[in-house]
Design a protein around this ligand. Structure first.
Ligand SMILES: Cc1cc2nc3c(=O)[nH]c(=O)nc-3n(C[C@H](O)[C@H](O)[C@H](O)COP(=O)(O)OP(=O)(O)OC[C@H]3O[C@@H](n4cnc5c(N)ncnc54)[C@H](O)[C@@H]3O)c2cc1C
Length: 414
């Protein structure tokens, strides 16, 4: 399935791109990771750190699927609000999940700092989450109260406090501290490079084409060659829908425009991440080379497929919207724009864990706008499990959970 089309800004940010050979022989390992996006890259890095003998195969080139389309906002607030999480799952699980996300953002920033290339480093940023309309003001205020009650670092800003800091007016907003922004493409490359240097065997242009599930492991076919592994992690992104058919998620399309560099951000407080209460939402960030990245306008996939030319139209719409937010800026040009398939789970949680049809295997699927944050949570969980540590909270994210009510996540045992 084609997952994106357009011109991607991240491709022009790296001075060199590491390359890896295709698999040329049969191999064996303790854990085979299938997929070289940010999810697989995080697993490779953490497994290498914990001394597990791992291999990673990627059917194309590292980080060139959804990770290339990812706009790199790392936030602890989710598409599904804390209030809504609590309403759906109960107070303790809802708050626990938000705390996991907050920790995951901090870990992503910390971990990125260990990577060799500067492009891979995340920058701490705060987020403005504004009410898109007067009707959204009350629920947003409720969300703020809930976040405050559980000690999340947030402030409430009235209309005049927003207009004093930005060139636009909004009825009210939550200002979150402790989020981050980064370059997911460089980050995934940095992780894979570091994992390879710690002993993970990495193969590009190597597709997993078949599986034999055995008592003590899995035999994975990759073209003419075989990989024998005790465990397999499927980190194949939205393509996991090809492997198992649960209906807990759905695919849409989403669009991004990146402007030419601009000369100042005086009308943009702290160059924070910006998003809104409307669904689908618009979001904006700035980049280290002083561009604005604006995304949103999500819509259904006509005929289940990405319309590969649609990003040209949607990109222009995004640019017009950007000018409504920042009317003082000169007419900006779009230097990059893309459209991409975007996966969302129905209950707002990622999918992490086992599947009865795939013994000795784990799935990692970071559906939703915080896919990279979920990948951090998932890769840490899977590394723990593969080291024999108990992670009862993984059950909450089960890929098969649509067929039964989700159990509450137990707190992680020390
Ligand atoms: C427009 C857009 C903006 C986004 N913005 C954000 C954001 O700001 N913040 C955020 O946290 N998330 C964001 N996301 C979500 C995020 O991009 C995804 O959740 C994340 O990239 C998924 O990473 P992944 O590694 O799971 O998947 P991918 O990056 O798609 O990687 C999966 C890899 O598996 C490989 N593969 C598939 N099948 C096989 C096979 N059989 N054999 C070998 N290899 C295989 C593919 O080639 C691919 O490289 C955004 C998504 C989109 C579409």
């Amino acid at each position: 399935m084609k997952l994106h089309s357009g011109k991607f800004s991240w491709l022009d940010t790296m001075p060199y791109l590491p390359e890896y050979p295709a698999l040329q022989q049969n191999i064996s390992c303790d854990c085979l990771i299938i997929g070289g996006g940010v999810g697989g890259a995080l697993c490779a890095y953490l497994l290498a750190e914990s001394g597990i003998n791992a291999a990673l195969i990627e059917k194309g080139a590292v980080a060139t699927d959804s990770t290339l389309a990812n706009t790199g906002l790392m936030q602890f607030s989710n598409d599904k609000t804390l209030v809504s999480m609590i309403n759906t799952f109960g107070e303790e699980p809802g708050v626990h999940f938000y705390k996991m996300c907050r920790e995951a953002v901090s870990k992503l920033v910390k971990l990125s700092r260990n990577l060799h290339s500067e492009e891979a480093h995340f920058i701490s940023r705060n987020s403005l989450y504004f009410a898109s309309s007067e009707e959204d003001l009350y629920p947003l205020r409720e969300e703020y109260e809930a976040l405050r009650r559980y000690n999340f670092p947030v402030e409430w800003w009235e209309k005049n406090e927003i207009s004093a800091r930005f060139s636009f007016q909004k009825p009210g907003a939550i200002y979150n501290y402790g989020d981050a922004e980064g370059n997911p493409f460089a980050f995934a490359h940095g992780l894979v490079e570091a994992a390879a240097s710690k002993g993970v065997s990495v193969y590009e242009n190597t597709e997993a084409t078949g599986f034999e599930f055995q008592k003590n492991g899995v035999l994975c076919r990759a073209g003419k060659h075989k990989i024998k592994a005790k465990h397999v992690i499927f980190a194949v992104g939205y393509e996991s829908k090809q492997f198992h058919k649960e209906r807990g998620s759905y695919l849409t399309s989403s669009y991004v425009t990146v402007t030419e560099p601009i000369d100042h951000f005086d009308d943009w407080f702290e160059r924070c991440l910006i998003w809104e209460t409307a669904r689908p939402y618009l979001y904006m960030r700035t980049t280290p080379d002083n561009r604005i990245m604006i995304g949103g306008l999500d819509e259904s996939l006509p005929g289940g497929k990405l319309d590969e030319a649609r990003y040209l139209h949607q990109g222009q719409m995004l640019l017009q919207m950007l000018h409504q937010f920042f009317p003082g800026k000169r007419q900006l040009k779009a230097e990059y724009a893309w459209g991409a398939v975007f996966g969302q789970s129905r209950d707002g949680l990622p999918f992490i864990g086992t599947h009865p049809s795939y013994p000795n295997c784990y799935f990692l699927e970071g559906d939703g706008g915080n896919g990279s944050v979920y990948s951090m949570i998932a890769s840490e969980m899977l590394t723990d499990v593969l080291q024999g540590k108990d992670r009862p909270d993984m059950e909450w994210f089960s890929p098969t959970r649509t067929s039964r009510p989700a159990p509450a996540p137990n707190r992680r045992r020390p």
